[in-house]
Design a protein around this ligand. Structure first.
Ligand code: BTN
Length: 268
């Protein structure tokens, strides 16, 4: 058992993996600025699809919308994967939604309470954030050259060690279960699930993934505030469309597609 504070057992992960594409090579680092930056660097130098970067701690962990991701050592999971999907750039969001499904399914088998996906890709349990995904793509006009899929999961983060600004809005599997989680077992299952969902996206198409994504979506029909880089819109969250964009019915009754932003549920 990989206990609280012990380094991740990467050999166990490598030996246990039964995957088609992911994890043939795992770069295991004790410290890095950001696993996404490291993976991007590898991809730019020709790194292969499925190469994984895992770090025990990040000095500049990156979150969505320019935020940072708190990444203390030896207690959570910070992982990035290089993907080279055969998709046009317009469909890059499908990668993020696919990985949210894989992550939610993994959390489901470790958490006593059901996870939900907050569009596009936050994983919440009891309304608090357990995990986040940051996908960064490099594209030519006609294709995705590579995507770096970065995943951060609060596994053995105790409430006392969480910095003030996130203490009330974040949770961890240890907080939910009451005991430390085997980080190696979680990482292994997450990589397996990502491999399966990535295969499903390619073989069965996005509608198959979207249906599973919807089963984790709890804000359908709820009033929300959507905060985008340059504006805020109020409306009713209706679900996702065929490209993974959020469909929002604004206050005039007009349906709008939102491709990037933060969704905050409002009292109904
Ligand atoms: C979010 O804001 O919800 C996305 C958080 C993504 C954090 C992960 S941790 C591993 C990878 N490396 C990073 O720098 N960020 C992602």
């Amino acid at each position: 058992m990989d206990g609280l504070g012990a380094p991740l057992d990467c050999e166990m992960i490598e030996k246990g993996l039964r995957t088609k594409r992911l994890g043939k090579k795992i770069h295991y680092l004790s410290e890095v600025d950001s696993t996404n930056l490291y993976a991007r660097n590898l991809a730019e130098k020709g790194g292969s699809e499925g190469e994984i970067v895992i770090a025990e701690t990040q000095t500049h962990g990156k979150g969505r919308m320019g935020r940072s991701w708190v990444s203390p050592p030896n207690m959570n999971l910070y992982l990035s994967v290089i993907l080279r999907p055969k998709l046009p750039p317009l469909h890059a969001p499908q990668i993020t939604l696919m990985s949210a499904v894989a992550l939610a399914e993994t959390v489901q088998s470790f958490s006593p309470l059901p996870p939900e996906i907050k569009w596009p890709n936050d994983i919440l349990v009891e309304g608090k954030k357990l995990a986040g995904i940051l996908t960064e793509s490099s594209c030519s006009p006609e294709k995705i050259l590579f995507a770096v899929l970065g995943i951060g999961v609060n596994l053995n983060f105790s409430r006392e060690l969480m910095p003030g600004p996130i203490r009330e809005i974040a949770t961890s599997l240890m907080i939910l279960t009451g005991s430390p989680v085997d980080r190696g077992a979680f990482a292994l299952q997450l990589i397996q699930n990502l491999d399966r969902c990535y295969g499903d996206l390619e073989d069965k198409g996005f509608p198959f993934i979207a249906e599973r994504w919807r089963s984790f979506f709890r804000l359908g029909g709820r009033r929300v505030r959507v905060e985008m880089v340059d504006q805020i819109i109020l409306g009713k969250a209706m679900g996702i469309d065929g490209d993974g964009a959020l469909v929002l019915e604004d206050e005039t009754g007009t349906r709008r597609r939102i491709v990037a932003g933060d969704v905050i549920p409002l009292e109904s």
